[in-house]
Design a binder for this molecule. Structure first.
Ligand code: ZN
Length: 154
């Protein structure tokens, strides 16, 4: 998926989570969710975030490859348990953002291996990154954001 589809879906998940979990620090919560909705692609040098943090991206890509360990559930779960004790809302935000990324990548043809490297099983969908189908999905997410904002603030 393109970074803007991840950002949009992360934002939608943040809005829904705020209502569902009754989040107090709404702005920080949204920022952390949105940040982690694109973070996993640090393992790809050509991604938006990879270009921004080139040195980190180069090292992570060299060691773990793209859509390997950084696209598994272990990192978000570890971060969640660490941050939950510091600030439970940050913990939830990291988990929500990271999992929103994994969910969206699981819809793509290339898919993800959520339990890699312990279990190599891949889950994938049928959406090609940057295809017309992804753009339609982006539009649906965008409209859902508008709809959620209307429901919450009107
Ligand atoms: Zn990704």
């Amino acid at each position: 998926m393109m970074y803007y589809t991840h950002l949009a879906f992360g934002f939608l998940i943040a809005l829904l989570s705020i209502e569902f979990f009754d989040i107090k620090n709404k702005l920080i919560f949204i920022l952390v969710v949105v940040m982690f909705s694109i973070f996993p692609d640090i393992d790809e040098k050509k991604s938006k975030i990879g270009k921004k943090y080139r040195w980190a991206s180069t090292i992570i890509n060299y060691i773990f490859g793209h859509r390997g360990f950084f696209h598994s559930i272990y990192i978000p779960l570890a971060l969640y348990f660490i941050f939950y004790y510091i600030n439970n809302e940050i913990g939830v935000a990291i988990l929500a953002g990271y999992f929103s990324h994994l969910f969206m990548d699981a819809l793509t043809k290339n898919g993800i291996r959520p339990l890699y490297p312990i279990i190599n099983k891949k889950i994938n969908g049928f959406i090609k990154t940057n295809s017309i189908l992804e753009k339609i999905l982006f539009l649906i997410i965008f409209l859902s954001i508008l709809y959620s904002l209307l429901l919450i603030y009107l």
